[in-house]
Design a binder for this molecule. Sequence first.
Ligand code: MN
Length: 243
Amino acid sequence: MFTRRQALKTAALAGMASLLPSFLSKQGVLAQSPSPGPTIQGAYTLPPLGFPTNALEPLIDARTMEIHHDKHHAAYVNKLNELLADAPVSLSRRSIEDLISKLDAVPEKIRQDVRNQAGGHANHSFFWKLIKPNGSKAPKGDLEKEIVSTFGSMDEFRKKFNAAALKVFGSGWAWLVRTPEGKLEIQTTINQDNPLMFGNQPLLGVDVWEHAYYLRYQNRRADYLTAFHDLINWDFVQEQFTK
Ligand code: MN
């Protein structure tokens, strides 16, 4: 079995520097905040936020964004790379969505850990694109029609979505997904599970781990959810819908 760790050694011996730029840029990102642990060189990299950490103020504070992206998300990426270092190299060549969609391909010994860390990486990469300063107000066209015909109205959708998100006990996510039959559904997942693990396409998702909101909102998850709706980038949701 040829593993990623062996592949990296071979690459280093051959003097291949192609892996270095992503490693260095990741170091640059991490240098601005407390370290989430040693950076592990690997296939998966921490994507940048598309906006400054204070850009969502006052709805989501800069400190929460710094810790959330630079520490929590970075740790998921590091731990995933470490887990896959001794796994078949073919696994590390998959997109993160492909990896979490086919967890059966992961050796059983590390499968649950990969599920958690890869799920964390996929979920957060998705979430940073899903929110943006000032949001984009409301869905348009086909997507709006589908949401209204499924849930009754946009207000009803928000109510049902928030009710589901409030019911997540402990750490998890609430999602708007499209099922394989093409129906829209509100679902929740625990820990860092993602709808792709259950064959559903995520369109929209909210992180209800306390680390996402506790500094500003403490126990007031409902207020955080209200703020979240003002930050949704519906253009991104639309892109997922037309995929
Ligand atoms: Mn999170």
